[in-house]
Design a protein around this ligand. Structure first.
Ligand code: SAH
Ligand code: SF4
Ligand code: F3S
Length: 450
C-alpha cells in the first residue's frame, strides 16, 4: 500500500511554525510522507492563528476551498490545529462539517493517534486544555542535515501559554496557562540541533521573561530564570548566534538586560512590544507598565549594548484611543526610533475583555492612524539603515544563488552580497564579513571584505 501523504499549512507566529514541525515529525514517525501539493495530499493540516479577525478569515476561506478538493479526493482527511481549533472547537465543525479532526494546542504530540481515531470517527474534536500541562519531552530528528542541507537555524519553544491577559489578546485562551519546559529538555534539544548542523537558535515563548516562574524546571528543584537559561544555552559548544522572542516589558529584569552585555553570542537585537504610547491606553490594555518605565528600559538596554537594534509591536485604534493617545504612540516612535515594527489595527476578538469595551474606534480612523504610523516607521527604518553605511558587519548566510548571497546581521538586518568570484564553497549558516555600501528601507547591500 502506498504511504499516506500529508501537507501542513502554517499560519501565525513562530510558535505555530515550531508546532508544525513537531506534527510533521510525529507524522513521519507514523509512516506518513510529506507531499508537495495540498489538494492531492491524503492529509491536510491547517495550523491556524486567531490573533486578529483577518487571520481567522484566511483559515475559513482556505477550509471552504478544501471542501471542493475533498469532494474530488475522497480519501482526504482534513485536520485543523492551532489557535482557531482551540478556540472554536465545536463551532468550527458546525460551519465546516467536512473537517475530520480538530486538534487543540496541547494535543499536537498525540496527532498520530487522534488521526487514527478520526478515520473511524470523522469530526473528532480533541481540544482539552490542562492547567498543569507537562510539556512532553520531544527531541528533533537527529539527522537534520541529511534531510535538509540548507537548514542552519531553528526555533526552540521554551514555554507554552500565557498568564498575562492583556485585554485584547486571545492567546491565554488558545494556549492555556503558562508552563515552562524543563531546562534539560531544552538543552538536550539544542545539542541535537547543533549536531545536525544548526548554528543559530531562537528561544520562543509568549513572554520569555517569566520562564521558570510557574513550575519547577530543574532536576534539583532550584529556580532557573530566563537569564540563567540564556547563560546555560550560550555555554553549549557550537552555537554561533542566540536570539529570543517575545518579551513583555512589564517584567523585564535587569538580570536579563545584562545578558546583552555579558553573552557575546546573544545577538544585539530585541523585540520589545510596547503596543501603545499612552498610559491611559496601556492601562486599559492591562499591560502593567507606563511609557516612562518603557523608555527607561530602552535606555538601560542601550547602555548595556549600544548597538542593540530594537523592534516592537503596535496596536492602533484600541477602544477609546483618542487623537492625543495616538500622538503619544507617534512621539514614542520618535523617541525610540525603532529599527522596525509590526503594527496592527485593533481587532475585536471573541472572549477578550476589550471586545466589550465602549468607544470602539471607527475603521477609517484606525486605517488613517495605521498608515501614518507605518509611513513614519518606514522613514525611520531607512534612516536607521543608513547609519550602517561604510561599516563592516558579520552576516550569517541564508541563501545563495548564481549572482547574490542573502545573509543576516546579528541585528537582524538582511544584507545582499554580490557573489561573483566567491566560489561554490559558501554554505547557508556560514559567517562572512561584509562592508555595507547601500541602505534601502528593508535591506542592505554589502561587499565581501577581503
Ligand atoms: N506575546 C507577545 C504577543 C503575541 S501576539 C507579547 O506579548 O509581546 C503578537 C502581536 O499581535 C501583539 O504584540 C499585538 O501587537 C498584536 N495583537 C494581539 N491581539 C491583537 C488584537 N486583538 N488586535 C490587533 N492586534 C493584536
Ligand atoms: Fe497576549 Fe499579552 Fe500574553 Fe502577549 S503577554 S500573549 S499580548 S496576553
Ligand atoms: Fe496566532 Fe496563536 Fe501565535 S493566535 S500569533 S498562532 S499563539
Amino acid at each position: 500500500m502506498n504511504q499516506r501523504t500529508f501537507f501542513v499549512k502554517t499560519f501565525g507566529c513562530q510558535m505555530n511554525e515550531r508546532d508544525s514541525e513537531i506534527m510533521s515529525q510525529t507524522l513521519s514517525m507514523h509512516g506518513y510522507v510529506e507531499g508537495m501539493v495540498m489538494e492531492q495530499a491524503d492529509l491536510v493540516i491547517l495550523n491556524t492563528c486567531s490573533i486578529r479577525a483577518k487571520a481567522e478569515q484566511k483559515v475559513m476561506s482556505l477550509l471552504g476551498m478544501l471542501r471542493k478538493a475533498k469532494a474530488s479526493n475522497k480519501g482526504m482527511q482534513i485536520c485543523v490545529a492551532g489557535c482557531v481549533a482551540q478556540q472554536e472547537g465545536e463551532k468550527l465543525l458546525e460551519r465546516m462539517p467536512h473537517v475530520d479532526l480538530i486538534i487543540g494546542t496541547q494535543n499536537i504530540y498525540r496527532i498520530g493517534e487522534c488521526l487514527e481515531y478520526a478515520r473511524k470517527n470523522p469530526g473528532f474534536i480533541a481540544i482539552d486544555l490542562q492547567d498543569n500541562y507537562d510539556i512532553p519531552r520531544f527531541m528533533p530528528d537527529s539527522d537534520l542535515s541529511a534531510n535538509k542541507p540548507a537548514e542552519f537555524r531553528k526555533f526552540v519553544t521554551i514555554m507554552q501559554g500565557c498568564n498575562n491577559y492583556c485585554s485584547y489578546c486571545v492567546v491565554p485562551y488558545t494556549r492555556g496557562r503558562e508552563v515552562s519546559r524543563k531546562v534539560s529538555d531544552i538543552i538536550d534539544e539544542i545539542k541535537v540541533l547543533i549536531e545536525g548542523g544548526i548554528r543559530e537558535i531562537t528561544l520562543l515563548g509568549q513572554n520569555v521573561n517569566s520562564y521558570g516562574k510557574t513550575n519547577i524546571v530543574t532536576d534539583n528543584g532550584l529556580p532557573c530564570s530566563f537569564a540563567d537559561l540564556l547563560h546555560l544555552v550560550a555555554e553549549i559548544p557550537g552555537l554561533s548566534r542566540l536570539r529570543f522572542t517575545t518579551s513583555n516589558p512589564k517584567d523585564l529584569s535587569d538580570q536579563l538586560m545584562r545578558c546583552f552585555r555579558d553573552i557575546p553570542i546573544l545577538c544585539p537585537q530585541f523585540h520589545l512590544p510596547v503596543q501603545a504610547g499612552s498610559d491611559a491606553v496601556l492601562k486599559r490594555m492591562n499591560r502593567k507598565y507606563s511609557v516612562q518605565q518603557y523608555l527607561e528600559l530602552v535606555d538601560t538596554l542601550r547602555s548595556y549594548r549600544p548597538e542593540i537594534a530594537l523592534s516592537t509591536d503596535i496596536i492602533v485604534g484600541f477602544p477609546g484611543e483618542t487623537e492625543e493617545d495616538f500622538q503619544g504612540t507617534m512621539d514614542l516612535l520618535e523617541q525610540v526610533r525603532y529599527h522596525g515594527s509590526f503594527s496592527f489595527k485593533y481587532s475585536d476578538r471573541p472572549g477578550t475583555r476589550s471586545a466589550d469595551f465602549d468607544d470602539k474606534v471607527p475603521e477609517d480612523v484606525k486605517t488613517r492612524r495605521l498608515i501614518e504610523f507605518q509611513a513614519r516607521q518606514d522613514e525611520i527604518s531607512l534612516e536607521r539603515n543608513r547609519e550602517y553605511l561604510g561599516s563592516t558587519k558579520e552576516i550569517m548566510v541564508e541563501s545563495i544563488n548564481s549572482d547574490s548571497i542573502k545573509g543576516r546581521t546579528t541585528t537582524n538586518h538582511i544584507v545582499h552580497v554580490d557573489s561573483s568570484g566567491l566560489g561554490d564553497n559558501i554554505r547557508p549558516g556560514d559567517l562572512l564579513m561584509t562592508e555595507i555600501y547601500h541602505a534601502g528601507q528593508h535591506s542592505l547591500k554589502g561587499k565581501i571584505n577581503s
